[in-house]
Design a protein around this ligand. Sequence first.
Ligand code: IMP
Ligand code: MG
Length: 186
Amino acid sequence: MTPPYIIEEMITAKAIADRTETLCSTVTAEFCGTEKLVVVGLLRGSFVFIADLVRKLDLPIEVDFLEASSYGDGMNSSREVRILKDLRNAIEGCDVLVVEDIVDTGHTLKHVTGLLRSRQPARLKSIALLDKPSRREVDFCADWIGFEIPDEFVVGYGIDFAQRNRNLPFIGKVRFTDATGKTLNN
Ligand code: IMP
Ligand code: MG
């Protein structure tokens, strides 16, 4: 059971759409001329972002998914990254774009990009909608970031708190409340 909380809007749906459009132009230019770009979504948090991204990429793409787990149902990273579901297809010699919701401690994307690089893709790039650089524990930088955010726990646009709130169209901060509805964290 999660304690009571409210959600405060942090990044509007419009701001996300505008930023996604810009990112897609950059990615399209980067992979211009590719025979095929394999867009790899990290389940489950990236499912909304990847859906919006691929519809704005003017490239021949394939979509695949990988599920890595470093978070339980709570708010803290376990740091040990496990692959729960691997890619369906081999990526050797392919151009690959890994799509993540948030880079937090950095353990997940560092592990996943290391694993995929060992499979010898032609090019491997990573994109994350959100980045919390102040939380980083390992040396990792995604190639493209939608928004840099402070150390806040966020939900929406595919991102959950204990599996809830993925369906919000915007990104919001989680604010815990007491029984009267007064917020406890600022
Ligand atoms: P990292 O390995 O610490 O970088 O963790 C990245 C993963 O943690 C992300 O893919 C998210 O699933 C999850 N995560 C990190 N920060 C948040 C947050 O603020 N809200 C919800 N999930 C988060
Ligand atoms: Mg995730």
